[in-house]
Design a protein around this ligand. Structure first.
Ligand code: ADP
Length: 485
């Protein structure tokens, strides 16, 4: 799941927001708690000052300690606050309560000083979480009078409620905000990553055959746009390198043709002449044998170079099709006849089953080469007494040419590779057979497939087993081509 950049971005987005909100809420919460305590303490301070003042006033009026204490607590009223006056040794003189809040002396009387001291205590008789803020102070209400202890207790219930309300707001808002950030982050990530998906899909389609295609660039100034532009310039360089390589292949195979032709012709002429001269000298015989080998190899080399030349020109886009109108059945018939001559030498029969009149529009020379390659392979791999069957069937919108043999078949592991260039099933056997010219270089099927595809058709191996192989070519019939045009 975390392999998706979209999910990772969304999680980061939501996670960072959650962290920020948590820190922010904790800060606000702590600030509110401190302010509430300050407010409470300020109220308590005011109450203590008022009590001190009133006690002194009552004593100055001539009240006894008890009367002054009672009058003081009776006259002063503060919200959520309890007041109490004690003697210096901790005897309660007078008090007022607020609900269950009582201004009990929070410590030993001796520990109460003239500077007010504060405590935050839980309410012992209250099983809610309400607490109480208490302050105690020693005061001397009149000269020569015994000191009194004054105590103010402020209920913290209201503060707690305020804190709780804020906590609930945070509890509601934080998950909601994080959820909202997650959802919006998800859509944002999808929107901003959409060009990546488009680029990846397009890049996947680009191969050696269509290197001229380029990636879409929505905005060349943003990061993705710059990436696509960089990738496109890489494609341009690759395309140039490929073109140079193809051109080199085409030029090299072209240049090789002439010297090969000269070697072949020279050996043929010399062989013919020496055969006519009836010279039986042993050295002449050795020379003839050597020349025969050179001639055979140059023939084979010529075929390979011709095949390479065809493919190189096709790759470089220089081998344009030379279209003409002809009858496919006639072409198939003549190629089958040519193959039959070779097959007869091996004791292999070539049978043809053709439909009537199959007009076609295409490159006759290339299609002949395609058929010859298929027939050549079929004859080559069929043992004496075997049969090669060629069939031409007219489908609704296509011609289907089947070349079936009763040969040894192609091993299953080799089948996916036979259309690759220079792939031969049994390389050792192929090399050993080169001496008598029976083997190619593994380019025959590659060329045949290119020819079929150049005519908007296909070439496939339909089946191959110990009983033989079946190759099928499908080519769009002229009616289908006309409809598409
Ligand atoms: P080549 O020009 O050397 O014959 P191809 O490209 O025509 O090469 O064929 C590739 C390989 O496929 C060959 O090595 C051959 O062994 C195998 N092959 C092709 N056609 C047949 C067939 N009809 N029966 C058995 N093997 C075949």
């Amino acid at each position: 799941m975390l392999d998706s950049m979209r999910i990772r971005l969304t999680l980061w987005h939501a996670g960072v927001l959650a962290l920020v909100l948590l820190v922010f809420s904790a800060g606000v919460y702590a600030l509110l708690a401190r302010n509430l305590q300050r407010r409470t303490d300020a109220g308590i301070d005011a109450a203590l000052a008022a009590m001190k003042h009133l006690l002194a006033y009552e004593r100055a009026e001539g009240d006894t300690e008890l009367e002054a204490a009672r009058n003081t607590v009776a006259e002063l009223r503060y919200p959520q606050t309890a007041l109490a006056v004690y003697t210096a040794d901790g005897q309660l003189l007078a008090e007022t309560r607020f609900g269950s809040t009582q201004a009990a002396l929070p410590t030993l009387p001796a520990e109460v000083s003239e500077t007010a001291r504060y405590w935050t205590l839980p309410l012992p008789q209250d099983n809610t979480e309400n607490g109480v803020r208490i302050a105690a102070q020693r005061v001397v209400p009149a000269t020569n009078a015994a000191p009194n202890l004054i105590v103010v207790a402020h209920s913290l219930e209201q503060s707690r409620e305020e804190m709780e309300a804020l906590g609930q707001v945070f509890l509601l808002i934080i998950p909601l905000a994080v959820l909202l950030a997650g959802v919006s982050g998800w859509f944002l990530a999808r929107k901003s990553l959409a060009p990546v998906a488009t680029i990846a899909a397009r890049a996947e389609q680009i191969g050696a055959e269509n290197l001229s295609e380029r990636l879409p660039v929505a905005n060349p100034r943003d990061e993705l746009g710059r990436m696509a532009v960089t990738f496109n310039s890489l494609l341009t360089r690759l395309e140039r390198a490929f073109a140079q390589q193809r051109q080199f292949m085409a030029d090299a195979s072209h240049e090789l043709r002439t010297p090969l032709y000269v070697i072949r012709t020279a050996t043929e002429v010399t062989l013919e002449e020496s055969a006519a001269s009836h010279d039986a000298a042993p050295e002449t015989h050795d020379c003839q044998q050597a020349l025969a080998i050179v001639n055979e190899q140059s023939r084979r080399l010529t075929r390979i170079v011709e095949d390479m030349f065809t493919l190189a020109r096709a790759d470089a886009g220089q081998r344009t099709l030379e279209y003409s109108d002809f009858y496919f059945d006639e072409l198939l018939h003549s190629t089958a006849r040519a193959a039959a001559v070779l097959a007869a030498r091996k004791g292999v029969t070539v049978e043809t089953a053709l439909t009537e009149e199959t007009p076609f529009h295409g490159d006759e020379g290339l299609l002949r080469q395609m058929l010859l390659n298929l027939l050549d392979n079929a004859v080559k791999h069929t043992p004496t007494g075997g049969v090669v069957r060629v069939q031409l069937a007219q489908q609704t919108s296509a011609y289907e040419i089947t070349v079936a043999d009763t040969g040894s078949g192609i091993p299953p592991e080799a089948q996916p590779h036979i259309f690759e260039r220079f792939y031969r099933v049994d390389k050792a056997r192929a090399r050993s057979e080169t001496a008598n010219g029976a083997s190619g270089a593994g380019l025959g099927l590659a060329i045949a497939r290119w020819v079929a595809e150049a005519h908007a058709g296909t070439l496939t191996l339909r089946q191959s087993n110990a009983n033989g192989s079946v190759f099928v070519v499908t080519l769009p019939s002229p009616s289908a081509t006309a409809e598409n045009a």
